[in-house]
Design a protein around this ligand. Structure first.
Ligand code: SR1
Ligand code: MG
Length: 382
């Protein structure tokens, strides 16, 4: 693809000058620290301060130049991060600068925070984080929806955040590829039977097709679009939600389903032999849902007459989107370290449990409680 005039990918040397205005002294060091699938991420340091520079590449980093992408995703991400920060103050990183030509943003460096998934994989349980994430979801989802936002403002906002390319990636990787013989799929040879079973599972295929349509059609809120435990930085109970580049108008249950799916995968991994107490994840999942419901009541007080119905429907959506997210993290392109890093036998046990959990979530009766959902998600037997 042709890149816009003036765009040049940064490197560990050129990023020093780019970041200098946002540091409190001369930059002395920069390193590319990105381990994500899409962008370049640098940490740039002076003697006494540091910032993060995130720059889009004109292609999907994990796939290479054969998968071209336009460059506007970092600006859209900064825009979404600022909007989410307005609704959920203190729960998103500070955006210090946006440079459209360089397709790069300068962000607050959360160097004292760790990725929640990394903490959990190390057996560490961080009190208060699940509560804060429930509040983030409630505030960003309800706050950017027409449940509370004045109609004119909401319609004007709808013109932003279309995000067609990254939304198409999600539609493909989450709802399509895992149910066909797609070249992007990746799984262990030992799990090939799981992948084949999924391709032959009419009910899971129907669920995925329906959810793909709902993902496109139900533009309920400005969702994060990739809200897993790797998108959450924690330091004690202080939480910041990062990596908002998949933000788009979509169904609220996509975000909450992602959170529950990744807690389910963490629980399954611990149960299969990973570090940490599986029951601590049970407590996190319950704390997340309780906090979300409580916060919905605070940010949408006028919804009282039908709020319970709304939350019951959101729970069903959460279970359904959790099912498709769990499946794609086992047989699709992008996996999770919680399970991939387990030793061979334990990994296969966890992979089977995750796919069974997804099937069980798909079959959830309409009037299920959160405990019903979680019991299906965090399956123990294989
Ligand atoms: C090709 S991008 C693969 C995945 O990485 C991102 O974090 C999203 O989860 C996306 O689906
Ligand atoms: Mg991401």
């Amino acid at each position: 693809m042709t890149v816009p005039p003036g765009y040049v990918p940064l490197d560990a040397s050129t990023v020093l000058g780019f970041a200098a205005p946002y540091l409190d002294a001369e930059p002395v060091e920069a390193a590319e620290i990105g381990d994500g699938n899409l962008n370049l991420v640098f940490r740039v340091q002076s003697a006494s301060s540091s910032v993060i520079v995130k720059q889009a590449l004109p292609y999907l980093r994990v796939a290479g130049e054969g998968w071209p992408l336009t460059l506007d995703r970092t600006c859209l991400e900064a825009d979404a991060m600022r909007l989410h920060a307005q609704h959920a103050p203190g729960l998103a990183p500070q955006v210090l600068h946006v440079d459209e030509t360089a397709a790069a943003v300068v962000l607050e460096d959360l160097h004292q925070h760790v990725v929640w998934r990394t903490a959990m994989r190390g057996g560490e349980d961080v009190a208060g984080v699940a509560n804060a994430l429930g509040r983030y979801c409630a505030r960003t989802m309800i706050g950017t929806s027409s449940l509370v936002m004045p109609a004119l403002e909401r319609r004007q906002l709808a013109l932003r955040f279309e995000n067609p390319e990254l939304s198409a990636i999600s539609e493909d990787l989450v709802f399509t590829a895992p149910y066909i013989e797609a070249s992007s799929n990746r799984y262990d040879e030992a799990a090939a039977d799981l992948a084949a079973e999924l391709r032959a599972d009419a009910r899971m295929r129907a669920l995925a097709a329906q959810l793909r349509w709902e993902f496109r059609a139900r533009q309920e809120a400005l969702i994060h679009g990739d809200l897993h435990t790797g998108s959450v930085m924690v330091r004690d109970a202080d939480l910041r939600v990062i990596d908002v580049e998949f933000a788009t108008w979509g169904p609220m249950g996509y975000d909450t389903g992602n959170v529950i799916a990744h807690l389910g995968l963490a629980r399954i991994a611990r149960y299969a032999g990973g570090q940490g107490d599986p029951e601590a994840v049970d407590r996190d999942a319950r704390a997340f849902w309780t906090s979300l419901c409580d916060e919905v009541g605070r940010v949408w007080p006028s919804g009282e007459p039908w709020r319970e119905n709304f939350l019951a429907a959101l729970l069903v959506d959460t279970a359904r989107y959790a099912a498709t997210e769990m499946v794609r993290r086992i047989v699709g392109l992008a996996h999770v370290a919680d399970i991939d890093q387990l030793p061979d036998g334990a990994r296969l046990q966890a992979q089977r449990a995750a796919v069974q959990a997804a099937r069980s979530l798909q079959a959830l009766p309409a009037a299920g409680t959160f405990d019903d959902v979680w019991a299906r998600c965090a399956r123990k037997e294989t």
